[in-house]
Design a protein around this ligand. Structure first.
Ligand code: ACO
Length: 377
């Protein structure tokens, strides 16, 4: 019997993260996501995923300097981005630029652990610069180099908007990155591991991951959530009626449901808190109010149907990113920035103990047919 969607199939052992979907719990390398979100930064989480331990202050300083050193794009890549169509999907822009980075790396095919570690840092540092450069170029602005005195999240917002963000905004961005950094054998991570399983290079593997993240059932859902919020807002319709209509028409409500979580995604809980804070500061609570209303109606409807469908990480990340001034169609690319350390940490595991990933399929087509010559068909 085929395991459709590979549900319940275990394909690897990993030290990186674990999800208890029944109670809505997520850990990275033994630490609860809530604890990490409240008490660490994205740089510390990258270090944790690649090294298995949180850094000491000296290790963190050295590591952050290393990340910053690789955050400037080479001129050829900036030039390439300048030549992209200005209406390209940002995920296509990131996927193409990340893939191109591999052509400029003379050691691209080196999959020794030391080299993969170096590429993990390099790619994690480059991705926000690519996203920001594309956003600026398509708006007729010059791409900006990172500032040496800013952290990862602050630099991303600076390169994107051309001005330094305040502390609340930087912390919000940083926590959103922490929450999205790693998530077990999700579709994009699996895609990266399948590619690495053939002993293809790191750039090919993360390009596979980027292509997979793009879909609306995975990373693309955060864009769809914002589309939905806008659609409801602009329609002037009662949100409850809109949701009930969508459900009775057999539609899925974006930002709800998850293959693994059968309780609220713990990342959504943290994001809801962050949303509250920055939206209150921005004096604009429209998206949060609307999100809360949709959540309440979904809770009622799902209870009636006896389905365990709860908000996932994308539900609140959409309104958080929107309040941070990030263009709606960039949301999935921001997810990609955050997930790069997770993907590359999985690549370290895959290359260290590789076996080609090659599942089977049940053949259900005909057999014993004979070819009729072309002239007689
Ligand atoms: N709204 C309404 N009903 C839903 C939703 C939803 N968002 N999600 C699942 N359901 C229902 C399905 O219609 C199905 O009902 P049925 O049994 O009566 O046919 C049942 O719940 C099971 O759903 P599946 O699609 O089979 O569950 P699966 O595990 O394959 O899908 C998925 C999970 C793809 C995430 C799905 O819940 C979905 O499409 N959600 C909306 C998109 C989204 O938010 N994706 C982001 C996921 S998180 C991430 O990638 C970061």
């Amino acid at each position: 019997m085929a395991a459709k969607g590979l549900e319940g199939v275990v394909v690897a052992q990993s030290r990186l993260s674990d999800i208890n979907g029944e109670v809505g719990e997520l850990i990275y390398a033994g630490y609860d996501i809530d604890d990490l979100a409240r008490n660490t930064t994205f740089e510390e989480v990258c270090y944790l995923l690649w090294n298995g331990e949180l850094p000491t202050p000296t290790q963190l300083e050295e590591f952050s300097a290393h990340l910053r050193k690789h955050a400037t794009l080479r001129p050829e890549v900036v030039e390439m981005i300048r030549n992209y169509p200005t209406d390209a999907d940002p995920m296509a822009a990131v996927r193409t630029a990340v893939s191109a980075l591999g052509m400029f790396d003379p050691d691209a095919d080196d999959i020794s652990i030391e080299s993969v570690r170096h590429k993990a840092i390099f790619l994690t540092a480059q991705t926000p610069a690519i996203v920001a450069a594309y956003e600026r170029v398509r708006n007729g602005k010059e791409p900006l180099d990172p500032k040496p005195d800013l952290g990862f999240a602050a630099n991303f917002l600076y390169m994107l908007n051309g001005e330094e963000a305040n502390e609340t905004r930087v912390r919000t961005m940083d926590v959103a990155l922490v929450l999205h950094a790693e998530h077990g054998m999700n579709a994009s991570t699996f895609a990266a591991r399948v590619t690495a399983g053939t002993l293809a290079d790191v750039y090919s593997a993360v390009t596979s991951a980027l292509g997979t993240l793009k879909g609306p059932s995975h990373g693309g859902a955060n864009v769809e959530v914002m589309n939905m919020l806008r659609e409801i807002d602009e329609s002037g319709e009662d949100p409850g009626a809109w949701v009930r209509n969508a459900l009775s028409g057999g539609k899925k409500v974006m930002g709800f449901g998850h293959r693994v979580y059968k309780a609220t995604d713990p990342r959504a809980t943290v994001l809801r808190e962050l949303a509250d804070k920055i939206m209150a500061e921005a004096g604009e609570t429209r998206w949060l109010d609307l999100s809360d209303r949709i959540r309440a109606v979904m809770a009622e409807e799902m209870e009636k149907k006896g389905k365990k469908i709860y908000p996932n990480v994308d539900f609140f990340s959409a309104s958080v990113y929107s309040t941070l001034g990030i263009s709606m169609d960039l949301f999935t690319a921001v997810f990609a920035i955050a997930r790069m350390p997770g993907w590359t940490a999985h690549l370290l595991e895959q290359y260290a103990d590789n076996r080609l990933i090659r599942p089977g399929s049940d053949y259900i087509g005909p057999r014993d047919r004979k070819v009729t010559p072309l002239s007689e068909r």
